[in-house]
Design a protein around this ligand. Structure first.
Ligand SMILES: [Zn+2]
Length: 237
């Protein structure tokens, strides 16, 4: 029902973008921005309906999207009604709407991992293209960018395809959050499992997946004088 979709990440970098800051008054000038460049092709037969279905599936993976304060233009505001989506003077640009959803999933993941109450973002379409978009999201730690970009694309793609989440779904996000919170002291599996209130076996499976996808790395644990392995987020010092 969602039709064929192509989502291609063409660039991802962290920096300060002084010309972008005034476009969202909620951006904090001292927080770096993740700039994600993306190309999207999506031409569903019933755009407003396809977008609504996508949002409903996405919110099952990511219920906290309901708490987002979206200040986009009316038909593009996330989780507004079908009537509101179809009510604009111009037909809704679904690829732009999809890029905007990626922005919200990025925000949601970054806010969750870093326990930041407010993370702001912005999605802009390129002037001469209906497929190219730049997404800007406050990202206080560059080491988190690869994981949250993967998560946003993967979750939106799964919601589009109606398939289960790859990478153990939410558990991967929870493990990354725990590793980020404990970044000053890399943890062995047992301590990580205790911190998460989960069985070490379940945490091990998630860690293995994260390690295979190079989001975390394993190394001898200083705490146990190298007798056990500890895990840390890839890219953290
Ligand atoms: Zn929004």
């Amino acid at each position: 029902m969602s039709g064929e979709v192509r989502i291609l990440i063409t660039g991802s970098e962290i920096g300060s973008y002084p010309t972008v800051l005034p476009l969202n008054s909620m951006f904090r000038p001292d927080v770096p921005l993740l700039k994600l460049q993306v190309e999207i092709d999506w031409m569903p037969r019933s755009p407003a309906q396809a977008l609504s279905s996508l949002e409903q599936r996405l919110v099952e993976f990511c219920p906290s999207l309901r708490q987002h304060e979206c200040r986009g233009h009316r038909p593009y505001q996330i989780l507004c009604s079908d009537e509101q989506k179809a009510s604009g003077h111009r037909p809704i640009e679904v690829s732009l709407a999809l890029a905007h959803l990626l922005e919200h999933v990025l925000i949601d993941a970054l806010a969750f991992i870093t326990s930041t109450p407010r993370v702001s973002g912005l999605t802009g379409a390129h002037k001469n293209s209906t497929q190219r978009f730049d997404i800007f999201v406050e990202c206080s730690d560059a080491s988190l960018a690869p994981f949250v970009v993967w998560l946003a694309v993967s979750w939106v793609s799964a919601a589009l395809d109606g398939t289960p989440l790859d990478g153990a779904g939410r558990p991967a996000l929870e493990v990354v959050r725990a590793l980020y919170q404990k970044r000053a002291e890399p943890l062995p599996i047992e301590d990580l499992a205790a911190h998460l209130g989960q069985e070490p076996g379940a945490v091990h499976a998630t860690l293995l997946w994260l390690e295979q996808h190079t989001f975390v790395r394993k190394g001898p644990c200083a705490k146990s004088r190298g007798r056990r392995d500890c895990y840390t987020l890839q890219g953290l010092a």
